[in-house]
Design a protein around this ligand. Structure first.
Ligand code: UDX
Length: 435
């Protein structure tokens, strides 16, 4: 069986590596020649634990990486994993999906195969049927459901655990018509993920499941962040104890209740905005999700208020930001709340010094020489008027008095509460812990 994967971002490259390492004959395709060259030289374009190892393992078996769609010709299965970037109004852009689909259509036109095409990219309801299926039929001259199959198959992997999540998903969603292709798709995926529940539904339901999933995760975070702000105004109250207690109620569950500066990354902010935009168009005012998003934005204002209340005027003051990546163990800064805080601090003419174990180079491309970059935590804190911990990197939880001694004003604002049990000789403010 030959498998093609179109679009080599986090989802596509993880899937390519996992399938190739399992011994499938895999071709990974990306229109970015430079990216293909890098991957062929084992240089991964972004950091993801275990990806390099899995990719190398795949290359030892039957893996090809190319920018040439012709390699899809003998594929029995094709995954579409291209990105769906966001417009300023929250709507998703379909240009990459359309281009990829067009190219796939042209290839299957002259192929003897009757492939199953899995749409993994995150798309709003209706895209599989109204856009992807139509383009495939137009450019191949073949009929969906008869000469090729189209199955919506959304992905739920998290960055930093992408390989594990690709190998062991918690669920497999298959959306589409109940044709022979759906039976084959189910057989293939149940063999790949034995024991994992498979939900078979139609395209549009599969498409909205992805948005339901991510917007519910965002909801849990905004809920606990609102509780965190309430706790902060109750002397002695601790949001982590609240989260642990309510998390033990099986109806609530303990995951995604870590209060912090708000949710960032390439998916949650984007998907909440996209479903809000879709909801409005569908005639349903997204009242609830608007609140989820508003709370997320307010976290930035809350943190700024705490900084100003504690430091007074921040003009020309040295503020140290520890943590730039949107979460630990990645160099990804997309929609990172840390970067939004830095932008606001710069507007207030603060002098910013930043530290991050992995994300400095990516941050440099955004802020250039407007801020100072340090590879050592102590140097970042030297002569600083205030330190803000934004990302829960393990190294920040080891901060002790001796590292703080060179600060000008010993003020630590801990948005992740990772130093809450340390005995620090400083003004320590933790989000969600009432003074
Ligand atoms: C997310 C979804 O979890 C995943 O299922 C989907 O496929 C892609 O989007 P990811 O972007 O990798 O994955 O990040 P995630 O681990 O979900 O974290 C998103 C943001 O929420 C981060 O900024 C993180 O710090 C924040 N977060 C997460 C919290 O503030 N508290 C939590 O309890 C959990």
């Amino acid at each position: 069986m030959k498998i093609g994967i179109v679009g080599l971002g986090f989802v596509g490259l993880s899937l390519t590596s996992v399938l190739a390492s399992k011994g499938y004959d895999v071709v990974g395709i990306d229109t970015d020649k430079e990216k293909c060259k890098k991957i062929n030289d084992f240089k991964i374009p972004f950091f993801e634990p275990d990806l390099e190892k899995t990719l190398k393992n795949g290359f030892r078996k039957k893996l090809t990486i190319t920018d040439n769609f012709i390699s899809l010709k003998d594929c029995d299965i094709i995954f579409i994993t291209v990105g769906t970037p966001q417009k300023s109004n929250g709507e998703i852009q379909l240009s990459m999906i359309k281009n990829a689909t067009q190219e796939i259509g042209k290839i299957i036109k002259n192929s003897k195969k009757t492939p199953i095409i899995f749409l993994k990219s995150t798309v709003i309801p209706g895209v599989a049927q109204n856009t992807v299926s139509r383009i495939l039929e137009k450019f191949s001259g073949k009929k969906a459901g008869r000469e090729f199959g189209l199955v919506s198959n959304p992905e739920f992997l998290q960055e930093t655990t992408a390989i594990r999540d690709t190998k062991f998903p918690h669920v497999v969603i298959l959306g589409g018509n109940r044709t022979k292709f759906m039976d084959k798709a189910k057989k293939f995926l149940s063999k790949l993920h034995p024991g994992v529940p498979i939900i078979v539904t139609n395209h549009q339901t599969a498409e909205i499941i992805k948005y339901a999933n991510n917007s519910f995760l965002a909801t849990k975070i905004s809920f606990i962040n609102q509780l965190s702000n309430i706790c902060q105004n109750i002397p002695g109250a601790n949001v982590d104890d609240v989260a642990s207690a309510i998390g033990l109620d099986p109806r609530i569950g303990k995951l995604f209740l870590n209060a912090g500066p708000g949710y960032g990354g390439s998916c949650l902010p984007k998907d909440v905005k996209a479903i809000m935009n879709f909801s409005s168009k569908a005639g349903v005012s997204p009242t609830f999700l608007s609140a989820v998003e508003k709370i997320n934005q307010q976290q930035i204002e809350n943190i700024l208020k705490i900084i100003k209340n504690t430091c007074g005027s921040i003009k020309n003051k040295k503020i140290t930001v520890l943590g730039l990546a949107f979460k630990p163990h990645t160099d990804d800064i997309r929609d990172s709340i840390s970067l939004k805080i830095i932008k606001e601090l710069l507007k207030n003419q603060a002098k910013i010094t930043v530290h991050d174990p992995m994300a400095i180079e990516n941050t440099r491309t955004k802020f250039k020489d407007k801020i100072t970059y340090e590879n050592s935590i102590s140097l970042a804190l030297k002569d600083s008027n205030c330190c803000i911990i934004m990302t829960a990197w393990p190294e920040y939880s080891k901060i002790q008095n001796k590292i703080l001694k060179n600060m000008k004003n010993k003020i630590v604002i801990d948005s992740r509460r990772i130093l809450k049990n340390s005995k620090l000789d400083c003004t320590y403010i933790a989000l969600g812990i009432g003074k």
